[in-house]
Design a protein around this ligand. Structure first.
Ligand code: UN1
Length: 502
């Protein structure tokens, strides 16, 4: 079968990159070539932004409930293609099939949830302080949205940005990670089939760098919504800040699971293994720290090491695989570089620690599920995001010390506590400096109907998903209608028969 070519989508047309350049999309488990991909240039970005700008008025004025109907149709199509999309996702970025199905399902959930906002988008109607005067607020689209998305959730995360942007009447330039162009193409195909008018979404394939900078600084782009590394997020924010653009960033995490002395230890292990090694540790929400009370620490470590060693690495399409590859050679190198860093600082590798090259694994990018012990909260492996199947166990002597350790990194995305003591649970819920808190569950698996995002260096104050997503993609407009037929001065004039404050 001939290798397919993935194209850009600009103004309702599928197009090669101007200049005709391509790059390869390969399977991280096998090295197999999946597709040749349009390598876009800044000229393609200009065309995409221009198309999005031209489509803006038509889309903004298209009734929101009708916009919602297109989204519902897109959700239906996603549902019928769930299995195919999941298989393509596993081939493209490696996560095991059950998790790819989960990723697609999360996209479906988000699409349906946001479609309903076509008939809501509530504003406030409040009493005015003067007679015969009306006061209300409504949402207004921001304009052209650049959605810059990562490879680890190649379907769900684009829907977190694209669906709320669309329902509010914005148009889009979508730039997915260069490792996952196929799932991005599939999502745009679905929106096209569902009836989205031309120009409303435009897809630009290629890798970040110059292309990304051009998108972010483009005068025709009003809002940048980015998920990815903290370094890139701060670079984008710097450019966006200077140009007074709206910028919403979802960045790194260094999420922790606390296991207290009163916890159900076996239950906590299920949560730790799933959160640390699921998606090969490549979730922003992955548990890359385990903070265990000293009276249960040995039991936690022994059981965790036993479980980590049993996990089977392999191609995510095979039912026997527990943990797939990491996404690329450079990611594998980065993950593995933390092993000597850990050892140099005094930590010990209790399980894993190697790149796996045995048999067929040698063709892909596999790293053993790794457990580090003798870790102190200030070590690099306890502070920096690794984004791979590596977790670091830290011992503490009290709930206070545990909370202090949880909060001791610059990040603040997700945290979890295992305890049977309701007082400890509530203290943790109150004091953890993270945007997501779990009690007696791991750090991954957020549902789309609540806000998703983090405190501190994990973001810049915005949230995706839930009702909060609407705040990113709209401006508030407050409207006063004076139907008294005369000049009424707020804060100065009083209605007849009433008194103003002295
Ligand atoms: C991410 O890793 O950026 O909460 C998203 C979770 C998933 C989303 C993760 N629902 O783990």
């Amino acid at each position: 079968m001939a290798t397919p070519t993935l194209q850009n989508y600009i103004d309702g047309r599928w197009l090669d990159a101007s200049g005709g350049g391509t790059f390869e999309n390969t399977n991280p488990a096998t090295g197999e070539l999946i597709a040749n991909v349009a390598k876009s240039t800044v000229a393609d970005v200009d065309r995409a932004v221009d198309a999005a700008r031209r489509a803006l008025d038509g889309w903004r004025l298209y009734p929101a409930p009708k916009r919602g109907e297109i989204l519902y149709r897109a959700g239906e199509i996603m549902l019928t293609r769930k299995d195919d999309l999941a298989r393509e996702m596993t081939r493209e970025m490696g996560k095991v099939l059950a998790e790819s199905r989960g990723d697609v399902q999360e996209g479906i959930d988000m699409t349906y949830y946001i479609a309903g906002e076509g008939r809501r988008q509530f504003g406030d109607v409040v009493p005015a302080e003067l007679p015969n005067k009306w006061a209300m607020s409504m949402r207004h689209p921001v304009g052209v949205v650049a959605a810059i998305t990562p490879w680890n959730f190649p379907f769900a995360i684009p829907t977190w940005k694209i669906m709320p942007a669309l329902i509010l009447g914005n148009t889009i330039v979508f730039k997915p990670a260069s490792y996952t162009p196929l799932l991005a193409v599939r999502l745009v195909e679905i929106l096209e089939e569902a009836g989205l008018p031309k120009g409303v979404i435009n897809l630009i394939l290629g890798s970040g760098g110059d292309l990304g900078d051009h998108i972010v600084s483009h005068p025709g782009v009003d809002l940048i919504s980015f998920t990815g590394s903290s370094d890139t997020g701060s670079h984008i924010s710097e450019i966006g800040g200077r140009l007074l653009k709206r910028v919403s960033c979802e960045l790194g995490g260094k999420n922790a699971i606390v296991v207290l002395d009163d916890a159900d230890v076996d239950l906590s292990l299920d949560g730790i293994v799933w959160s640390a090694f699921g998606t090969s540790g490549q979730r922003c929400t992955a548990a890359s720290r385990v903070i265990a009370h000293k009276s249960v620490a040995k039991e936690v470590v022994d059981k965790l090491v036993g479980r980590a060693k049993k996990l089977r690495l392999g191609n995510g399409l095979e039912a026997s695989t527990d943990v797939g590859p990491v996404v690329s050679a450079s990611q594998l190198e980065r993950v593995h570089s933390f092993i000597p860093i850990a050892e140099k600082e005094g930590a010990t590798v209790a399980a894993g620690g190697h790149v796996s090259t045995e048999g067929a694994l040698g063709k892909g990018f596999f790293h053993e599920p790794t457990v580090l012990v003798d870790v102190k909260p200030n070590m690099r492996v306890a502070q920096e995001e690794i984004f791979g199947p590596v977790t670091a166990v830290i011992e503490v002597s009290s709930v206070d010390e545990a909370i202090k350790a949880v909060n001791s990194t610059k990040y603040g995305l997700s945290s979890s506590i295992y305890t049977r003591n309701v007082n400890n649970a509530f203290r943790f819920m109150r004091d953890a400096e993270t945007g997501i808190v779990y009690v007696n569950a791991g750090t991954i698996g957020a549902e789309i109907q609540l806000p998703f995002g983090g405190m501190k260096a994990t973001g810049n104050g915005h949230r995706e998903a839930g009702r909060a997503a609407l705040d990113v993609y709209s401006e508030w407009k407050s409207i006063y209608v004076d139907y008294s037929g005369k000049l009424q001065r707020a804060q100065i004039d009083a209605a007849e028969g009433t008194k103003t404050a002295p």
